[in-house]
Ligand binder design. Structure first.
Ligand code: HEC
Length: 105
């Protein structure tokens, strides 16, 4: 009985661990939403921009959003507004923001 309990606890712990690491790599849309307040001024509160020069982000592919943000941050893609916006973003911020905008319709 003791052995069974220990085995059970171990598998629960392993499942919790793998779930936690999954969340970290895939990006957390809820955290991204909170972070998106500074982006909403240009890209719209729901990821739909109201200016012809500012792209919509809602429903865009998550991997594409992340790669573009990393390119702005590294200087590979240049835009005065986005270069400034991306400078302060960590890899986790980028993953979370990308998950959030990809989740919008
Ligand atoms: C001051 C206005 C402004 C703000 C604030 C802003 N952006 Fe942008 N964003 C732009 C413009 C303009 C472009 C188009 C850049 C270009 O033409 O290359 C753009 C492009 C992008 C793109 C690439 C879209 C595509 O289709 O290639 C992404 C992703 C993006 N922004 C994400 C963000 C995120 C995330 C934030 C908040 C951290 C943010 N932006 C804040 C103006 C802004």
């Amino acid at each position: 009985m003791k052995k069974l309990t220990a085995a059970l606890l171990t598998s629960v712990a392993a499942a919790t661990l793998s779930f936690a690491s999954m969340g970290a790599s895939a990006g957390d849309a809820a955290v991204g939403k909170a972070k998106s307040m500074t982006c909403a001024g240009c890209h719209g509160a729901n990821g739909i921009s109201n200016n012809g020069m500012w792209p919509n982000l809602a429903g865009q592919k998550e991997a594409y959003l992340a790669s573009q943000l990393k390119m702005f941050r590294s200087g590979e893609r240049v835009n005065p507004m986005m270069t400034a916006m991306s400078k302060g973003l960590s890899d986790a911020d980028i993953a979370n923001l990308s998950a959030y905008y990809a989740s919008l319709k």
